[in-house]
Design a binder for this molecule. Structure first.
Ligand code: PLP
Length: 380
């Protein structure tokens, strides 16, 4: 990504920029891993369901992973029958079953009760599975640990292997990590799963290993390739992975402009024309996003803050070689996943424009107006 070209050619701000070259590179790399390991690759569209992303991903993936009826509808429109649609969610509703049955190829129920209530109505249409909770925690932050105590995600492995339901499903689904950069959790989880249910797995058709691994940031893929090979040869399973962030995380940039600068209690505060509402995980998880202009040894420490009324609407403290001026433009990097999809117009600040970037051109694909804001809050 040529950040200077981005600043020169994009006149509106704030702007979300999708780096299509990077997206294609990431998809090609994952495609290589898919070929080497023999696993099937799904894109978890919840991380960024933007139409350009879905269209670009389509030729590289075996389908999409979805978590709701709307996502299933969107996946189905894009794939037009050419690929699998895997659904898992704690939120399946009785009134959506008929539509889900038409759209999804694989459905993993989150609980034994949901399986009991719904499986019979769906099993003529979709391959039925269960989400298993292997009860192995790899995360210290409980807010995104699916294997925390009293978890709502998946059937506890200890009750599952003894339940008769396990004999009625064609597949299992596991998803237990968040932004993992090595395969140790996967290997340990598979060890536990296979030791508990070796004979059950042999009867099944598929195993979905979920998302949560940043495949693009793992250098040694041999443990993964070996694990998939073992699952395929020992149990003759079709093995799926469904990354989200690993596909789009690095492809998204947020361009913002300095609109004010002042000193508060001795610190320089810079107000941007964006806010954490354009990337709510910054606030939710208190994580500071990477900034292109940040100089680790810069002489000017500066707090970058958003433009809304929330006191905690702050991106974090960064350093610069010279003081930022009103009108300066800054670019947050690697914010492709879980940013726009969670973005909102709190305080009446507009959503960012969306641009595409590739080697040939920078082009605006989306612009929201006051009418979009008004429409959202207008009674029908
Ligand atoms: C969120 C989610 C994913 C994608 O997770 P990433 O961390 O973006 O890779 C995949 N599967 C399930 C079940 C999920 O909940």
């Amino acid at each position: 990504m040529d950040i200077q070209a981005l600043k020169d050619q994009i006149s509106t701000s704030p702007a979300f920029v999708l780096d299509e070259t990077e997206l294609v590179n990431t998809l090609s790399t994952l495609n290589g891993l898919r070929t080497q390991s023999g696993c099937k690759l799904l894109y978890s569209i919840k991380s960024l369901p933007f139409s350009r992303v879905l269209d670009i991903a389509k030729p590289y993936v075996d389908g999409f992973a979805v978590s709701s009826l709307f996502e299933a509808q969107l996946a189905n429109e894009t794939l037009a029958g050419q690929g699998s649609i895997h659904l898992t969610t704690p939120g399946i509703r009785a009134d959506e079953l008929d539509e889900l049955a038409k759209l999804c190829t694989h459905i993993s129920f989150n609980s034994l009760t949901q399986h009991q209530h719904f499986a019979a109505r769906l099993n003529k249409f979709a391959s039925i599975g269960l989400r298993v909770n292997p009860k192995l925690s790899f995360l210290s932050d409980e807010r995104f640990n699916p294997c925390r105590q009293y978890s709502k995600l998946g059937v506890d492995i200890d009750s599952l292997w003894q339940s008769s339901t396990i004999d009625q499903v064609q597949g299992l689904h596991i998803h237990t990590v968040f932004s993992a950069t090595d395969y140790t959790p996967l290997i340990k989880t598979l060890d536990k799963l296979t030791s508990y249910m070796s004979d059950k797995l042999a009867r099944m058709n598929w195993l979905n290993l979920g998302g949560g691994y940043l495949f693009d940031q793992i250098s040694d893929h041999r443990p993964f390739i070996a694990a998939i090979a073992r699952l395929k040869s020992k149990y003759e399973l079709e093995v799926y992975i469904e990354p989200g962030k690993a596909i789009v995380g690095h492809c998204g940039y947020l361009l913002a402009t300095v609109i004010d600068s002042f000193v508060s209690d001795g610190k320089t505060i810079v107000i941007l024309d964006t806010s954490v509402n354009h990337h709510p995980e910054v606030f939710e998880y208190q994580r500071q996003p990477a900034l292109h202009e940040h100089q680790p040894h810069g002489r000017y420490p500066t707090v970058l803050a958003g433009c809304t009324c929330l006191a905690g609407d702050i991106f974090g403290e960064y350093r610069f070689d010279k003081p930022l001026q009103i009108g300066d433009r800054l670019v947050f990097k690697h914010i492709g996943a879980y940013s726009l999809v969670k973005a909102n117009r709190f305080n009446g600040y507009n959503l960012p424009d969306i641009f595409r970037y590739n080697a040939n051109a920078i082009k605006r694909l989306k612009h929201y107006t006051y009418q979009d804001y008004r429409q959202q809050w207008l009674a029908d």
